[in-house]
Every structure is written in C-alpha cells, then in structure tokens.
Write a protein that binds this ligand. Structure first.
Ligand SMILES: NC(=O)c1ccc[n+]([C@@H]2O[C@H](COP(=O)([O-])OP(=O)(O)OC[C@H]3O[C@@H](n4cnc5c(N)ncnc54)[C@H](OP(=O)(O)O)[C@@H]3O)[C@@H](O)[C@H]2O)c1
Length: 336
C-alpha cells in the first residue's frame, strides 16, 4: 500500500526531470551549417543570416539578434553598407567573441559596396569604412551590391562595373576581403567580368525562391564555379507589400505535405529546396525561435521529384521592386 504513492511520485519526479532535460536541451540546441568550397579556395557556410530590415526595432535589436543567431549555430552573416546596421552587427560580433562562444576565424562575414562608391578608387576606402563600423580587420566576402552605379544624390551614374571590379580585386590583394563577388548581376555581366579581369567572382547573390527559380542564371554561375547565394528565400510565403502575391504561401498544401514527410515546416522545406539546388539561402529573422527553426534544415534532404514539384511554382516574380532602375544602362533584370 505504501509503495504505490512512492512509485507514482518517482514517476512524477522522472517525468519532471525529463521535461526539464528536454527544456534544457531545447535551450542549447545549436545547428551549424556545413561549409562548401569557393572558387578561390576559401570555405563558406551554406546558410547565412539575413539582416536587412526597414523596421527600426529590428535594427535596434540587431546586436542581440547576432548573439541569438550565433548561439543557434549561425556562422555566416549577410549585411551591407546600405542596411545601416554594420555597427550593431559589429557590436554583436564583439560580444560573442568576448563571451568565448566563437573566434573571429569561426565566422564568415559578408558585406556589400553600395552603388554610390563604384569608382575604382572609392572601393577600398568604402570597404575600410564598413570594416570600421563592423570593428573588423577583414571581411570574408565583399560584394558589389548591384551593377548600376549611382551618384550620391541617387541619380544614375555610368561608371563601368569593370572599374568597380578592379577596385574589388585591389581589396582582396590588400587582405581586406578574403573573397570577392557580385550581387544582382546577370550572366552577360558576369561573363564580361570573366573575359576582362584577373579574378573570377566567387559569389553571385541573387533573389531565388519558389516563385523565382532562376534555373538559367544558377546553371550559368555553377558552370563557371561561381557560388549562388539566394536572397529573399521565402519569396511571397511571408507578408510582402505587393499586390496579387503569387503562391506558394506559408500554408501551401504541397509544401505542407512534403514537410509532414520530414517533420519540418513549410519554411524549412523551402530553405532545404534552395540548399538541395546548391545555393546558399539567406533567411532573415529577428525572432529567436524562427532563427533556430531556419537553421535546423541539415538533417533531411529532398528527393529530385520534390525539387521538380516545388520548382513548378515558378512565375519569374520578384519580391525586390526594381521599377526605379529600369532605365539604368546596367539594369540587370532584362535577361537571366
Ligand atoms: N543582395 C541584395 O540585393 C539583397 C536583396 C534583398 C535581401 N538580401 C539579403 O537577403 C536577406 C533575406 O531576404 P529578405 O529579408 O528579403 O526575406 P526573407 O528572409 O525571405 O524573409 C524575411 C521575412 O520572413 C519572416 N520569417 C523569417 N523566418 C520565418 C519563418 N520560419 N516562418 C515565417 N516567417 C519567417 C521574417 O520575420 P521575422 O524577422 O519576424 O521572423 C521576415 O518578415 C536580407 O535580410 C538580406 O540580408 C539581399
């Protein structure tokens, strides 16, 4: 008779302990993305944290977001001088290094040259300004943000991106950027760099998601040994300020079904879709649990048939509004 309650309380204690242990495990869960080789011999983590936001509170919390992200296992951070958050990101990086969570060499920091600093002799000074804001001696990857130069007042400038690329090569030679690449370049623009320069870009960072699958540009880059980083990976699954957003949305049944098979959410399925196509997705989140969810995509793999199924959502629809650029001499989006 006396044994009964004590067995129950033992069970209760065990159950409580299990719950506590699971909670503790949840807190320390950290997933690191595997690394891939770039064409210059450097290694790059195959998933990056996106940091662009127009929301003031996101920027204000960026220092803490970087800490949360590093704790969750992120080692690759994507920023740009345009995002005006390099300082907060630098503070977060200093915090995690000081805490002993990582060393500088464990991290891969990408930043970008904005359009108003495209002249050859502006590139290295612009990178030095970014490095000062980030509190770093070098970045792992420096990208030309777009092929189209602008003057400081925002009007178009016709500086040839080949001159800009010479400045990028100089930045690499000086050790200020370990790798150099481009963003928002089409295949003809990349080919022109390859034909006229010493260094082939290591990366092209472009918009890719199920509604904009970019088959031709990705194949072109991969054939040339150029790694593709995929921005706006969730496409129109998340709220965007656009009319008639195309599918898939976050509750898309096709993605829900694929997710059920692997025990994953639709957003994780889409990130895996991008990874399985050989690209490096750059999901942005400032929410701790979504940060963790977005990097927890390295314990499953889609079948070739599932990749084909998801690619059928393609409508060549861009999230990025590029209507202001259409008349620029180096407008990139009129071809792949
Ligand atoms: N090179 C370029 O020209 C260029 C252009 C655009 C973007 N980028 C880079 O790519 C990054 C990502 O692109 P993006 O910011 O446009 O779009 P995104 O990462 O596709 O989407 C971000 C949005 O999705 C939400 N979200 C994140 N994880 C989610 C999840 N698991 N479930 C549901 N919602 C989720 C975020 O909200 P919460 O934060 O609240 O989670 C945010 O509203 C940028 O931050 C930037 O670093 C580069």
């Amino acid at each position: 008779m006396q044994c009964e309650p004590s067995v129950d309380s033992e069970k209760m204690a065990l159950a409580t302990l299990t719950v506590c242990l699971l909670a503790a495990i949840h807190v320390v869960v950290s997933v690191e993305a595997p690394k891939a080789g770039l064409n210059d011999g450097n290694m790059i983590p195959t998933l990056a944290l996106g940091t662009y936001s127009t929301n003031e509170s996101d920027r204000a919390n960026m220092r803490q977001t970087i800490i949360d992200a590093i704790e969750a296992g992120y080692r690759h951070i994507d920023t740009a001088s345009l995002y005006k958050n390099e300082e907060e990101i630098g503070q977060g990086i200093a915090d995690v290094i000081k805490k002993g969570l990582v060393k500088r060499e464990d991290l891969f920091i990408t930043t970008k040259l904005w359009n108003d600093k495209h002249a050859f002799d502006q590139v290295v000074p612009a990178l030095k300004e970014s490095l000062k804001r980030l509190g770093l001696d070098y970045v792992d990857l420096y990208l030309i943000h777009t092929p189209g130069a602008q003057k400081a007042d925002g009007t178009f400038d016709n500086i040839d991106y080949l001159d800009t690329w010479r400045g990028m090569q100089e930045a690499k030679k000086q050790g200020l950027a370990k790798s150099i690449g481009v963003s928002n370049f089409n295949s003809a623009q990349i080919q022109r760099i390859i034909d006229n320069s010493e260094i082939v870009p290591a990366v092209n960072e472009i918009e890719v998601h199920p509604a904009l699958t970019q088959e031709r540009l990705i194949s072109f880059c991969q054939d040339k040994g150029i790694t593709v980083m995929a921005y706006s990976p969730f496409g129109f699954m998340v709220a965007r300020d656009v009319q008639d957003a195309p599918p898939p949305r976050i509750d898309e049944p096709v993605l829900v079904d694929i997710g059920k098979k692997y025990g994953k959410s639709t957003s994780q399925v889409v990130l895996r879709y991008l990874i399985d196509r050989g690209t490096i997705p750059i999901p942005k989140s400032t929410n701790k649990s979504r940060l963790q969810q977005n990097i927890d995509v390295f314990d499953f793999k889609l079948t070739p048939e599932e990749i084909v199924t998801i690619s059928k959502f393609n409508q060549n629809r861009r999230v990025l509004d590029n209507s202001d650029w259409k008349d620029h001499p180096y407008y990139p989006f009129n071809m792949d």
